[in-house]
Design a protein around this ligand. Sequence first.
Ligand code: GDP
Length: 194
Amino acid sequence: NLEIIFVGRSNVGKSSLLKELFGAKVRVGKRPGVTLRPTHARISDFLITDMPGFGFMSGVKDRKQDIVKDKTVHYIEDNAERIKIGVLVVDGPSFPEIVDRWDSRDQIPIDVEMFDFLREIGIDTIVAANKMDKVKADEYNDLLDEVAVRLGLEPPWQNWKHIIAPISAKKGDLKALKGLLRDRLHEMKRDDLF
Ligand code: GDP
């Protein structure tokens, strides 16, 4: 049993990404604040899991966001053995600013916390920096350096191309992420997912 989980703050484009990657095979729960449970799809031998979006949700109380986080952490701990890959989806262009805002309140941003947690428990983690279509060509590498720094990865970001995948779900540009997923699956001798 092999599982790939997709985690991310609400509104980062996780549903859009899953739709692009797996089409109608993955039912995407588009009810922020309502979907507290992970949604699953089985594709060949893989379990593809869409974790509920965490972080800010309009109209949702802080307490509920803590519940989402706790449930996510528990789910990952309980299933760590079969979770082979974790894809953390972030909103690339706004990620540095969001992290800094939390830092200024002496809080650990939930995305960074999740990144560290996934790696600590030994899950091979990819960060999909989505919405890169919003970034101008001449600012692209600088932004990705900023993303790397916020994740605790020393720039240049190109040194972390096995972890950071700049993508645009909206434009259907998922090359970087598909490449990384294929590499991982190939190592597992599983070339049947994409
Ligand atoms: P989720 O809450 O993480 O599942 O996010 P959604 O997939 O519902 O997307 C949230 C918003 O971001 C929607 O308005 C999408 O159209 C937009 N969005 C998603 N992916 C991209 C992207 O690659 N580029 C841009 N510019 N917008 C995106």
